[in-house]
Design a protein around this ligand. Structure first.
Ligand code: GTP
Length: 589
């Protein structure tokens, strides 16, 4: 155990985590030259293209130096706020963390969020300034930010270029010299699952960190959280190819093959122990993360409904956080889906379209509300389900951290204010850059907050958030009625004082999009029984008088009267067909 070091890399997106991981693998010769590909830790193509690390992985390398051989386990963490729980479990599996900061960008919001997580777990933090080769690198300014933030001496900060390899060997030495070796706490086997995935050939595979005891092939084990019992079919580690091992010992990181069909049985955060000689307590921190963002997904081709169901089920095999259930609205048959956050939602949609060749319509994302009706609390994940009368509605609130250059502070405050934000604090992290903290309704964040923030700060702001529970708010449901019929897929829950404005925007848009009918079609936005906005789609007026030449005015009038009567009748029986493009365009606003 004294020769093991378990560490992760904490970095804001694009600050060079994957590049540094590649360099560490190069130096330790973990990958034969001919097998080297860029960014070996990101397995999914999609990830590589988007440049985002989604799933945590673990790689074991051997580092040789004059004082002998060291086993280093690099646990990769996802960088995005949606996957905060996975990050926290990966961090819990380590004793140390490299804090990687881009020399041209400085500390960013996600760096901070993950750094605080690492500090809560008492990890040894090694600050690393990356990209010192860049002409625009401002090493002095970033050094100042780091010494301020961590209270470290300047000489404790490593300065490297993951691209050229400069300084990377010092990183390896710092890992060995500064990060403590793992320590066993008890006798009975306990392994923390910090990642798990479904392999079509081997069933569920879990990445684990052994805290106590050992795991071998053939062991009968049990997962505390799911209470599932199974036999370990194989244990091993990634170096970086999967390599089977005799056993996993305390302090070690590796994988276990469980052969189970259902990833629910071995979720991230669970503890594995021996079935015959179990530990008394699981390792701390197991929670199931519920979805926070919901939307409806519909196939553009109604015949694809079953294919969509199968595709969602396939994705769910590997993504226990993805929820879905069938629903039926004017958009046809589709699914109400729950996600960890906006990015998670985008990733799922993109995979459905790309890997399964499905064409989809997505409704506007919404959050989960808690509503008290007749003294009973109900959870609402679909705005159309909100009853007209209720005693109280509460919505999820997040604490947002925004870091931006000083000159953009006004723009950020303006945006947060528009989005119903409440300022919690503001401080300078250096002479040039400011950290703002706001409590914001999650509903305001899941629409286009991030895009708005980027555009108002010309890309210079970074943003992160964490949940802060539920808060009562004065919210109402705005429904859109076309010819008197509600369009459920367009219902939304909004603050009362914005209901009219939001309703009007939607109604005006729809008026443009709904094709003219034989009769006049009213398009209305309503809050309960009250109409807050109305537009009319004008009818076609066939020129019934075209055939009468000359001046017989009474004949003309008669024809027009007849036309009017016909239209009146049609209005009663007529049904407005709303083209899908109209929905699509309306959903985009
Ligand atoms: P995510 O996986 O999205 O979290 O990003 P990451 O933090 O893993 O960043 P990644 O390693 O993908 O690097 C982002 C970009 O920075 C890439 O284009 C790298 O080539 C570049 N980069 C990384 N390290 C250096 C460096 O030391 N110098 C320079 N000039 N560029 C670098």
């Amino acid at each position: 155990m004294e020769r093991i070091r378990n560490f992760c890399i904490i970095a804001h997106i694009d600050h060079g985590k994957s590049t540094l991981a590649d360099r560490l693998l190069d130096i330790t010769d973990a990958v034969p030259e001919r097998e080297r590909v860029e960014q070996i830790l990101d397995t999914m193509d999609l990830e590589r293209e988007r440049g985002i690390t989604i799933k945590a992985q673990a790689v074991r390398v051997l580092y040789n130096r004059p004082d002998g051989e060291w086993t280093l386990n690099l646990i990769d963490t996802p960088g995005h706020v949606d996957f905060a729980y996975e990050v926290s479990r990966a961090i819990a599996a380590c004793e140390g963390a490299l804090l990687v900061i881009d020399a041209s960008q400085g500390i960013q919001a996600q760096t901070l969020a993950n750094l605080y997580l690492a500090m809560e777990h008492d990890l040894e933090i090694i600050p690393v300034i990356n990209k010192i080769d860049l002409p625009i690198a401002d090493v002095a300014a970033v050094t100042e930010e780091i010494t301020e933030l961590l209270g470290v001496e300047e000489d404790e900060i490593l300065k490297i270029s993951a691209k050229t390899g400069e300084g990377v060997r010092e990183v390896l030495n710092a890992i060995v010299d500064r990060i403590p070796a793992p320590q066993a706490a008890g006798e009975k086997t306990r392994a923390l699952v910090f990642d798990s995935y479904y392999d079509p050939y081997r069933g569920v595979v879990a990445l684990v960190r052994l805290f106590d005891g050992a795991l071998r092939k053939g062991d009968e084990v049990r997962a505390f959280g799911s209470d599932e019992r199974f036999e370990v079919l194989e244990v091993g580690c990634y170096s970086p190819r999967p390599t089977s091992l005799e056993e996993l010992r305390p302090g070690e990181v590796g994988y276990i093959v469980a052969g189970l069909k259902d990833i629910e049985a071995l979720r991230v955060g669970d503890t594995v122990t021996r079935a015959d000689d179990p530990a008394e307590e699981p390792l701390p921190g197991y929670t199931r993360v519920p979805p926070t963002v919901f939307c409806g997904l519909y196939p553009t081709d109604p015949d694809d409904f079953e294919r969509l169901r199968n595709a969602l089920a396939r994705l769910q095999l590997n993504d226990a956080a993805l929820h879905f259930e069938p629903e039926n609205t004017q958009l046809g048959f589709g699914f109400r889906c729950g996600f960890l956050g906006l990015l998670h939602m985008e990733i799922v949609q993109e995979r459905l379209e790309r890997e399964f060749g499905l064409e989809l319509i997505a409704t506007i994302p919404n959050v989960k509300y808690k509503v008290r009706v007749d003294g009973e609390e109900r959870e609402i994940t679909n705005p159309s389900e909100l009853p007209d009368l209720f005693e109280e509605i509460r919505e999820p609130v997040v604490r947002a951290t925004i870091i931006c250059p000083q000159e953009h502070v006004g723009a950020v405050m303006g945006l947060c204010h528009e989005r119903r934000g409440i300022s919690v604090g503001m401080e300078y992290i250096s002479s040039m850059r400011v950290q703002l903290t706001y409590d914001l309704p999650l509903a305001e964040v899941v629409t286009d907050f991030f895009d708005a923030l980027k555009s108002r700060t010309r890309g210079y702001a970074s943003f992160d958030y964490e949940p802060r529970g539920y808060q009562a708010a004065d919210l109402v449901k705005v429904e859109v009625l076309v010819a008197g019929d509600p369009l459920e897929a367009l219902s939304m829950i909004v603050p009362r004082d914005r209901a009219a404005q939001r309703g009007r925007a939607l109604v005006e848009k729809l008026k443009e999009l709904i094709p003219r009918q034989q009769f006049q079609v009213p398009v209305q936005a309503a809050v309960g029984k009250r109409i807050v906005a109305r537009e009319n789609v004008r009818p076609y007026r066939k020129d019934v008088t075209a055939k009468c030449y000359g001046g017989d005015i009474t004949r003309k009038r008669k024809l027009l009267e007849k036309q009017k009567a016909g239209k009146r009748r049609m209005k009663q029986v007529g049904k407005v067909e709303i083209p899908q493009e109209a929905f699509l365009a309306a959903l985009r606003i």
